[in-house]
Design a protein. Structure first.
Length: 131
């Protein structure tokens, strides 16, 4: 019976468990990827919260509970970091040309940050109109 395996062994380099602590760029990458858990969890939390609007008094109590306020204070920096780093990656994916010249990556990122700010202000304004 022929041997299906080659005679030589493949070299597999060992990676230390803390490889992501060796360079700042690795650490920031792992932090950004970890924030996805908070973004997803918070989105699910908001969907569940939205289903409980049938009782306005209970909904108001829930919104003002110390646990919920603490959760939102913890989630906010993770969500902001995720959003900012995601927007900063936009120029790497979205390459815009104007004739023969490439549009500055800084301009693309700045435009996305500005639209994020405008969208946030509009949502804030709408939320305060229906308080």
């Amino acid at each position: 019976m022929p041997n299906d395996k080659p005679n030589s062994k493949e070299y597999i380099r060992r990676m230390p468990t803390n490889w992501w602590l060796q360079k700042t760029s690795y650490l920031l990458f792992v932090i950004r990827e970890t924030t996805c858990v908070f973004v997803g969890g918070y989105a699910i939390f908001l969907l569940v919260l939205a289903t409980r609007r049938d009782d306005p008094e209970r909904f108001s109590e829930l919104l003002h509970s110390p646990r919920l306020i603490t959760l939102q204070i913890i989630a906010l920096p993770f969500l902001l970091y995720h959003t900012i780093t995601w927007i900063n990656l936009t120029p790497k994916v979205l390459v815009v040309w104007r004739g023969e010249d490439r549009v500055s990556p800084t301009l693309i990122a700045a435009a996305h940050h500005a639209m994020w700010l405008v969208g946030s202000v509009v949502i804030f304004w709408i939320a305060h109109q229906y308080r």
